[in-house]
Design a protein around this ligand. Structure first.
Ligand code: ADP
Length: 395
């Protein structure tokens, strides 16, 4: 089965065509600057990459360029559109309505629309992706895979905030958590590696990328996660502040004589390791600056590690123990120094790092020594493959 995986943003569209039997990527690519001008980068496996500047006034046009590229005599990988058996859509927010992936129907679309209030930047873009694909491939079955769904198993004590209960009832203000597809994919793989798929188990997944979150997974289910009502909460990130005293918002708005919206913009786009270091949001740049003696870059890295280790500690408490920990995403898979810095805080778990194993980047590997009391692994995430698997499973 060939599954077309679509991740639609407000001005971008990432796609992969995956053969579900071999789980190989047949082609992948990206449309950028939709609604501005438009650029398609198409990467067919085994053929040369194509970059095209083409007008993309809307997402439907972007999808039609992608489908043309996929079926083109030169750049194509399939003969015609009948070779696309299903479409899997990444949807950011499923609210409390969706605790798992679903086949897309008109009712599902309406329910995703109702969740748009909770993710005003993301859900409308995701919906545009669905309608663009439906218009061009009306007969092809489609599945929605939600970033929030995996975390719907959290208990009330983990997801409620300490504010009047009526705001949860009326406005659905609670912790939702994100990166669910990745946390689900990596925790399943970790459980299979440690041989605890169908047993009682306690694992922690650290998805550390530009956006970062950590999840406690007990018996295969998310029981707590560091992102909250929005992806701003929790860890210090590339440009996001992570958790902070909410009183800072009012105080800073007063000092800067600006609006709450302006402060939210600062917390989302100008904070995190970028804001602390003044150097970059990219951990490679921070490592380099820190090695060159930049103190603020060093502080930003120490803060990131300390906050990550704090969440791990609190999730060990939540599960009363931990069998294994996994690192994933850009930083988790590649940043040797950050993995070491986090593990250095975890001596109380009996973790000892295997320096040689930890020097490997981007591969599945155990990075704790054989006698480490808690096993630590690097497991590359693959959200597109996870979406393709969910799509096939449902159809
Ligand atoms: P996103 O959340 O945008 O998907 P990624 O998961 O790609 O982000 O993570 C981006 C982060 O991963 C950057 O901070 C980058 O520095 C880090 N990273 C990627 N590759 C490497 C590498 N080879 N060495 C160190 N850090 C890396």
């Amino acid at each position: 089965m060939n599954v077309f995986v679509v991740n639609c943003g407000s001005s971008s569209l990432k796609y992969q065509l995956i053969d579900s039997e071999t789980e190989k990527v047949i082609a992948k690519g990206l449309c950028e600057r939709i609604g501005i001008d438009g650029r398609l980068t198409h990467k067919p496996t085994g053929k040369a990459d194509v970059v095209k500047e083409v007008p993309m006034p809307d997402h439907q046009r972007a999808v039609s360029y992608v489908l043309e590229a996929l079926t083109d005599a030169d750049t194509g990988v399939i003969k015609d559109l009948s070779a696309i058996d299903a479409v899997g859509h990444r949807i950011v927010h499923g609210g409390e309505k969706f605790a798992s992936s679903v086949i897309i129907t008109n009712e599902v679309i309406a329910a995703i629309e109702e969740c748009s209030d909770l993710a005003p930047l993301h859900n409308p873009a995701n919906l545009i992706g669905i309608s663009a694909c439906r218009a061009l491939m009306p007969e092809v079955p489609m599945v929605a895979v939600f970033d929030t769904a995996f975390h719907q198993t959290m208990p009330k004590e983990a997801y409620l905030y300490g504010i009047p209960y009526e705001y949860y009832e009326k406005y659905k203000i609670r912790k939702y958590g994100f990166h669910g597809t990745s946390h689900s994919f990596v925790s399943k793989r970790l459980l299979s590696i440690i041989g605890k798929e169908n047993q009682e188990s306690k694992v922690i997944v650290c998805h550390l990328g530009n956006g970062s979150s950590i999840t406690a997974v007990k018996d295969g289910k998310s029981i707590d996660t560091s992102m909250g009502f929005t992806p701003l909460d929790g860890l210090i990130m590339g440009t996001r502040s992570g958790s902070l005293d909410p009183a800072v918002v009012q105080y800073l708005a007063g000092k800067l004589t600006c609006s709450v919206d302006d402060v939210m913009d600062i917390l989302n786009k100008k904070s995190g390791v970028q804001g602390i270091s003044g150097v970059s949001s990219d951990f490679r740049d921070l490592d380099e600056a820190s090695a060159g003696g930049n103190k603020r870059a060093a502080t930003a890295l120490e803060m990131f590690a300390y906050r990550a280790a704090s969440y791990i500690g609190s999730y060990v408490m939540a599960m009363n123990g931990v069998d294994a920990i996994a690192f994933t995403a850009g930083i988790g898979e590649n940043n040797i120094n950050m993995r070491r810095a986090i593990c250095n805080h975890l001596g109380y778990l009996g973790i000892t790092l295997d320096e040689e194993a930890n020097s490997v980047r981007g591969e599945e590997i155990r990075i704790s020594t054989a006698d480490s009391a808690t096993a630590v692994y690097v497991i590359p995430t693959n959200e597109e493959l996870a979406i393709a698997r969910e799509t096939v499973a449902l159809l």
